[in-house]
Every structure is written in structure tokens, then in C-alpha cells.
Write a protein of this length. Structure first.
Length: 232
């Protein structure tokens, strides 16, 4: 775990920003907060959208966005709003894939791109983002939504960022590729992720007995016990 934390320290600030915005979105949506001071015509969608985009009170912006349901208005807030938390909430409520694609590919704010990626279903777009985004956590989010095993194998073996390789390894089923990663990846936590998907008892036994690193041997031994128990 210590090795994993150290290896990912360079991306910690990215994860912190994303985590903060996710928390805000979850809290606001869970509470279903209403716009303070809005009633009657002030609750119509157009007025809510205006509040969400321009009101000086950040809490009103957040609440107005949470109250919106119109996809076109949510898209407007998501793309053109000036309040980051309100934009995050709008993106979390979007279902329009075209708008999400636009944000995921083009928004200058990495938190918005990350939020949009988490709502995407288009595998071609996810593959593109996983290959090209300049921020590792956005690439990781895209990989976590990929389903194509060949693409995942490529990322698990060749991605520059260890966290992206780890995300891909956790979604792999190809035992040969997983075995190769478990034995050769430069990052121990990527090797551990691969081991946790292995089912070949012979490979797991070999890793448990012969891997150089204690953490790798321990992970392999634990996985071997789990696999063995399932076959009894």
C-alpha cells in the first residue's frame, strides 16, 4: 500500500479535486435541496436555469441546478455556467450523450471532463479519451468504462500512467495477459491488480512462491486461497 501511495503521489492533487466535486454533487442530489426564496414563476425551468448560471449566491446556483430536469437547460448550465459545482451537478444529471461527448473531449476543466466521462457509454469516444486526455485521472475514468478486452489489454500493458494500467488490469479476463502483467509490470500495485483477476492456480502458486517482492507473494497467496476455496 505504501508503494502504491508513493507511486501515485504525482496524481494526488487531481484525485483530490475530483473527489471534492463528487462529494458536492452527491450531497446536493441526495438532499434534493430547493432554491431558497424561489416560488411560483421563479420555479419555472427557464428561471431556474438563469439562477443556476448567473445568481450571485453560490448556494442558489447549486440548488437551482439540482432542481432542473430539462435536458437542454441542464446542457446549457453544464457547458456555459460559471460556477464549477453547479456545472458538476448539471453534468451528473445529463443523459444526452452528444453533450457529454462534447464536454468530455473539449472542456478545459479536467473535473468537468472527468464527470462527463463517468456518464459516457460510447466506447469509441471513451477509447479516444483514454488515449488522449492530458490528465491521468480522466484517462483512468475512461478506461474504467471500456468493455473491449483487446483495448483493455493494450492499456494494461502499454499505458504510460500506472493508474491507467491498473484500471485496465482490473477489467481484464485474458489470463495470459494478466499473467504477463502480474510477472513483469514495473509498478507493484499494477501487478497486484492483475493477480487479483487471475484464476490459474499454477500461475498463482508460482507467484506466491517465487515473486521477488513480499507484497506480490502475499497477494498471490491470498488470491490462490480464494480461488482454491471456490473450486472445493
Amino acid at each position: 500500500m505504501v508503494c502504491r501511495v508513493l507511486a501515485r503521489a504525482d496524481a494526488s492533487w487531481e484525485n483530490a479535486i475530483v473527489s471534492i466535486h463528487k462529494t458536492v454533487v452527491l450531497i446536493v442530489l441526495a438532499l434534493g435541496v430547493a432554491v431558497v426564496g424561489c416560488s411560483g414563476s421563479e420555479n419555472d425551468p427557464a428561471t431556474l436555469a438563469k439562477v443556476a448560471k448567473t445568481d450571485r449566491d453560490p448556494e442558489k446556483r447549486i440548488a437551482a441546478t439540482a432542481a432542473l430536469t430539462d435536458q437542454a437547460l441542464l446542457a446549457d448550465v453544464a457547458k456555459n455556467g460559471s460556477h464549477e459545482k453547479a456545472r458538476c451537478i448539471a453534468i451528473a444529471k445529463l443523459t444526452d450523450q452528444a453533450t457529454l461527448v462534447e464536454i468530455a473531449r473539449n472542456d478545459p476543466d479536467m473535473t468537468m471532463r472527468h464527470s462527463a466521462v463517468e456518464r459516457l457509454t460510447d466506447q469509441a469516444v471513451l477509447l479516444d479519451v483514454a488515449n488522449t486526455d492530458e490528465i491521468s485521472v480522466v484517462r483512468e475514468a475512461a478506461v474504467e468504462r471500456l468493455t473491449d478486452q483487446a483495448a483493455l489489454a493494450d492499456f494494461a500493458k502499454n499505458a504510460i500512467y500506472p493508474m491507467v494500467r491498473e484500471a485496465a488490469a482490473r477489467r481484464l479476463t485474458d489470463q495470459a495477459v494478466l499473467t504477463d502483467i502480474a510477472k513483469t509490470d514495473r509498478a507493484i500495485y499494477v501487478r497486484q491488480a492483475a493477480i487479483e483477476q487471475l484464476t490459474d492456480q499454477a500461475v498463482l502458486t508460482d507467484l506466491a512462491n517465487n515473486a521477488k517482492e513480499d507484497l506480490v507473494r502475499q497477494t498471490a497467496a491470498k488470491r490462490l486461497r480464494s480461488v482454491t476455496e471456490k473450486t472445493l
